[in-house]
Design a protein around this ligand. Structure first.
Ligand code: NAD
Length: 338
């Protein structure tokens, strides 16, 4: 029987999760919520998704949308709900909506690890989510770091990591956030990303710094890893090439920037023009010549989409599907990830 999935919070992440769930043969999307009327609601209606109201729904009917019920009736139909509401609302929903009705729920990176208890990146710790009631998908940046660092850790062993996150200022549609003419450092050491990586890769020592720039397309990470074993750049590139949900991109392809990578995703006909793989630049993988155990690389992270396959795998894990590799393969096929 198909797993019945609901989505609460139909924005950047929620609408992508809904589309991804609708593509899975073993899942059924039972509905999405609309907190207020917008073009997102119109598209959900066009796609034939059932629309359920939250407390802030008063303008739906006024705009010609007849809801199929409210969030409480949606929860009655769902085996698992994916909460993709803005940060801190998931915590309230857990207490007020999901726990009282005993509905399994997935939360996003805006919620704190401590609130949910388990943080998830499929290729790193799938087993931790099996049969659990509440799991958090880590943020886009943390997902990106975990994917590549997990591969490096398994092959070479990690002594320690320093990574700097150059973050997009806002999502492409977002007219409220920035900066539009500044580079803004995160004035805390470490940035929250390092401790967040450790909620998934529990034994990796990592220190992160971060800054935001006037760009909307992707984040860029500059990563330096002290390894337990010596490495060379060629082997490290092969490692990334052979790891799931990581794509090695090259100067020769003219994939020299976040802009060209996103154009490539659109040209490939990816759903929404998304790039859920973490893109590592081949020419930016290196080892310091007199210290072969220091690996450096740069990677690009499509913030809107890298966490979407994670949500899909997490649904299977929480519903008791034990084979993480198989789940990743099933999900990858629907996204066109090789
Ligand atoms: P968003 O603002 O794009 O979407 C949130 C949606 O929730 C909106 O449609 C809004 O109308 C709706 N909403 C607001 N209050 C609600 C409520 N009380 N009940 C139901 N719906 C409500 O936000 P987003 O970027 O999709 O972020 C959602 C979560 O995903 C956050 O935890 C965020 O940290 C995380 N996340 C975001 C990104 C990203 O780059 N956008 C990447 C990874 C993770």
């Amino acid at each position: 029987m198909a797993i019945k999935v609901a989505v609460n919070g139909y924005g950047t992440i929620g609408k992508r999760v809904a589309d991804a769930v609708a593509m899975q043969k073993d899942m059924k999307l039972v509905g999405v919520t609309a907190h207020s009327y917008s073009f997102n609601t119109e598209v959900a209606k066009q796609k034939g998704y059932k629309i359920f109201t939250t407390d802030g729904d008063s303008d739906l009917k006024a705009n010609g949308i007849n809801p199929d019920g409210d969030i409480k009736s949606l929860l009655e139909e769902a085996d698992v709900i994916v909460d993709a509401t803005p940060k801190k609302i998931g915590k309230e929903n857990l207490k007020m909506l999901y726990e009282p009705r005993k509905v399994k729920a997935i939360f996003q990176g805006g919620e704190k690890h401590e609130t949910i208890g388990i943080s998830f990146v499929a290729q790193c710790n799938y087993n931790e989510a099996v049969n659990r009631d509440y799991v958090r998908i880590v943020s886009c940046n943390t997902t990106g770091l975990c994917r590549t660092l997990d591969a490096v850790n398994k092959k070479y062993g990690i002594e320690s990591v320093h990574a700097t996150m150059i973050r997009r200022g806002a999502d492409p549609w977002d007219i409220h956030h920035g900066p539009i003419n500044a580079i803004v450092p995160v004035l805390e050491m470490p940035s929250h990303h390092g401790p967040d990586v450790q909620t998934v890769l529990h034994d990796v020592e990592i220190f992160t710094t971060a800054l935001s720039v006037p760009s909307t397309l992707m984040h860029l990470h500059a990563v330096t890893v002290d390894l337990k074993k010596k490495a060379n750049a060629k082997d490290a590139i092969e490692l990334f090439r052979n790891s799931t949900r990581i794509r090695v991109v090259r100067n020769a392809e003219h994939l020299r920037s976040t802009a060209e990578i996103m154009e490539f995703a659109r040209d490939m006909g990816r759903l929404r023009g998304d790039m859920p793989e973490i893109c590592v630049w081949q020419e930016a993988v290196g080892v310091i010549s007199n210290a072969y155990n220091k690996l450096l690389y740069m990677q690009a992270v499509h913030q809107e989409s890298d966490v979407i396959p994670e949500n899909v795998d997490c649904i299977r894990a929480m519903m008791g599907f034990k084979d993480g590799e198989k789940s990743i393969k099933m999900t990858n096929e629907t996204f066109g990830i090789k």
